[in-house]
Design a protein. Structure first.
Length: 212
């Protein structure tokens, strides 16, 4: 489990393709000194396991499924990625609950500087966009962000200067791929309602004073 608060950016050292997937190696900063074999680290929003550590170089094994369903398959040597270690039980939850299980890959449709903030519009699969709500949470490349507008085929965000400076979202532009994870609470509610339990659920909300 993660929070979507990026700890630092790493730099891809290599992505070596192999049968069934790839070995990804990256150069990390402070995280390299803290990481151990078997630890979970969120890389661009995807939860991966440290399989090797040599100095400040951390390595991870990626399956073909991970390469297909995330933007990690597009990474090249020198690319920067967002890094976040797993949430500790004694840590503050400053973002929102992020599982590191990517729901889909979107593309940046536009990125416009408005004053000192960026307005970004991202195209996403309709099934993914259907889980989003205005002012709700979404993880984009592992960054906990707030949805501004929701469209049938995507959504928009506003990125403050600090976020642009310390994460890869400040480096990306139109056409670039981003990993998207919707709020896990929305997925559970959707599944609950899809099973035909909505009548009882709404009755419970009304009884509690949460619905008209």
């Amino acid at each position: 489990m993660f929070t979507g608060l990026v700890a630092e950016m790493g730099v891809i050292a290599s992505v070596a393709r192999r049968s069934g997937g790839a070995r990804l190696s990256l150069k990390a900063g402070a995280l390299a000194g803290e990481a151990g074999i078997g630890d979970s680290i969120c890389i661009n929003g995807a939860c991966l396991t440290v399989v090797e550590r040599q100095g400040d170089i951390l390595s991870f094994d990626l399956s073909d499924e991970t390469l297909r369903s995330t933007n990690l398959g597009e990474l090249r040597s020198g690319d920067r990625v967002n890094l976040e270690p797993a949430l500790r039980m004694d840590s503050r939850l400053g973002g929102h609950f992020v599982t590191g299980h990517v729901d889909g890959v979107g593309r940046i449709r536009s990125k416009t500087l408005e004053g000192d903030v960026y307005r970004i519009v991202i195209t996403a699969d309709r099934a993914v966009a259907g889980y989003l709500v205005e002012k709700g949470s979404v993880a984009v490349d592992g960054i906990s962000l707030t949805v501004v507008d929701v469209y049938p085929d995507g959504f928009s965000l506003v990125i403050i200067p600090h976020t642009a400076a310390v994460t890869t979202i400040g480096l990306k532009g139109a056409g670039d791929a981003v990993n998207i994870e919707v709020d896990i609470l929305g997925k559970y509610v959707s599944k609950f309602l899809a099973k035909g339990k909505d009548a009882g659920f709404m009755r419970t909300l009304r009884d509690g004073g949460f619905a008209p």
